[in-house]
Design a protein around this ligand. Sequence first.
Ligand code: OFO
Length: 166
Amino acid sequence: MLSTTLLDKLNHQINLEVSAAHTYLQMSAWLLSQSLDNTALFFREHAFEEQQHMLRLFDYINETGAVASIEQIDKPAMNYDSLISLLEQACNEEDKLTGHINQLVDTALHEKDYSTFQFLQWYVARQHEEEHLFNSLLHKARIINTLEGRALFRFDEEVRKAAFRH
Ligand code: OFO
């Protein structure tokens, strides 16, 4: 059985995941308005992934016999100054999610709730991947934003063609 503290934190995490899903979907709308169709698709798909993260938590809570609770979600920002600013905000969103997952893991361990601790390991691994993915997109966008960076990317592409021949 989940403690009240853990249940509250897990329910809060449900809402953080939904909030991230809304944010990414809204970001995809702005990206479409900038004709960045592939990046828009990436964010749209990521919004769907966040919904899956939410449902995993939702199911886990209900499986313990507790009741999952959905809160009101704030409206996400609609406009961004630039692609880089959007990516910075996406990275912040992922940092926030990681911070809350880590707090949940701490609580589960502190309470010796090993089932929840085990359940959360999936999120720990996922956050590692997602932080890496979003940070690398931001890093690339910053490089491409300069003339020298574009030349370096071109060079990198030439190396790919020469070394991997496809
Ligand atoms: Fe993008 O992450 Fe959920 O947890």
